[in-house]
Write a protein of this length. Structure first.
Length: 139
């Protein structure tokens, strides 16, 4: 199961703040502990699918943090994520983590341009767009 948090930095500087990462890790713990009352109705509409995944002993989680800042993830927010991994992977590795900043995203896209084209269908909910400095869509 993929659990993703994205953060937009208007000035493309900096990293994700510790309190933002703490909110993400709390939300992940609420998810795996089936505390669905802490989520909104859009999430709760997916509860049957989530329950099925949580009840499957083979389910693995990939938590992904993506942000548009250029600075690598600072030590304090990284520690929050590392603590979550240590707690969740007590007896076996069921959670992995990936963190992508602007440079990582750029490298992924530019490597795709030199290799096989990226062919991906994406469904965005509550989407928006920006025109400057580049046209982009988010959701």
């Amino acid at each position: 199961m993929y659990v993703l948090q994205s953060k937009w930095k208007q000035d493309s500087k900096g990293s994700v703040k510790t309190d933002e990462v703490m909110k993400f890790t709390r939300g992940f713990k609420d998810l795996v502990n089936a505390r669905y009352d802490r989520f909104n109705s859009k999430f709760n509409n997916k509860t049957p699918d989530i329950e099925e995944a949580l009840n499957d002993a083979g389910t693995r989680f990939e938590i992904i943090l993506v942000y548009s800042g250029q600075t690598p993830l600072a030590d304090e927010p990284k520690r929050e994520l590392d603590d979550l991994l240590g707690e969740m992977n007590d007896s076996s590795d069921i959670v992995i983590m990936r963190v992508y900043n602007q440079a990582n995203i750029y490298n992924i896209i530019s490597q795709g341009a030199s290799g096989n084209p990226i062919n991906l269908d994406v469904c965005l909910f509550e989407w928006g767009q920006t025109k400057e400095p580049y046209q982009s869509y988010y959701g």
